[in-house]
Design a protein around this ligand. Sequence first.
Ligand SMILES: C[S@@+](CC[C@H](N)C(=O)[O-])C[C@H]1O[C@@H](n2cnc3c(N)ncnc32)[C@H](O)[C@@H]1O
Length: 276
Amino acid sequence: MTDAIPPVQLQTDRPNMARMYDYALGGKNNFAADRAAVERLFSLSPENKYVPLANRRFLGRAVDFAARQGITQYLDLGAGLPSMGNVHEVAKLVRPEARVAYVDNDPVVAAHARALLTSADATVRVVQEDVRDPAKVLGHPDVVQLIDFGRPVAVLLVSLLHGITDEEDPAGLVRAFTEVTAPGSYLILSHLTRDGHPADIVHSKEEVFARSNTVFRYRARAEIEAYFAGFDLVEPGLTPVTDWRSEGTEESAADADPDLAAAGSWWLGGVALKAG
Ligand SMILES: C[S@@+](CC[C@H](N)C(=O)[O-])C[C@H]1O[C@@H](n2cnc3c(N)ncnc32)[C@H](O)[C@@H]1O
């Protein structure tokens, strides 16, 4: 069944999730079709230019938080192209011994990530696998070698599950990746939400993404909250990503661009602990 998951093809004439995100974050690993799709999104409402940035900064704050709780192992599912604040860079600032397994099914992501992120001391590895096949990811030799599931680990599903359809059972995937973790582990998750946004704008965004290589599901808070089953959300809970532990950061600065806060409301993000 899972053997039927087709590999991602390098199609430069079709917008691609990883490359669109890269372009929106100011990266150079993208093509004209990716840039045109992102510019179309930007034109839909003024805050859209900040939507990926708001999520990426949440990722950084969440990893910093996990590292400060003592986490030294990270399984980053849907890792994306190397960008600002890569997981191992943030984690190693606090825990120099941190080990990170990046997982992505996109060959362009895997190639760039291997070139830029992997370290000679083998504490960082890039695994090109599809998260819709958890057994394959968890059984991959690099994951097995790097991550000791007998000890706490942070599992990251940041800006990924909106690309998984209901039929592909996102909750089941979260379960598969978290039930193998030890007590004291953390789940770091963000997801695009339609809550609080006009249906016509959500529809226009979905139309842009429909031409890309992946689906985009803007889910409701209750659906996203359910992904944390078996874990306890740490304060401040599941929030717009710009509100998550952002005190004293650019998000909370008095002169912060109001479009940034508006961008944060397109995501719900949270960090949760697996109790002992
Ligand atoms: C929007 S990027 C997010 C990158 C990073 N997690 C972040 O939040 O900054 C989503 C990434 O998930 C990857 N992805 C999408 N579906 C996937 C799947 N089924 N298996 C593995 N990776 C996937 C894409 O290739 C892309 O690089």
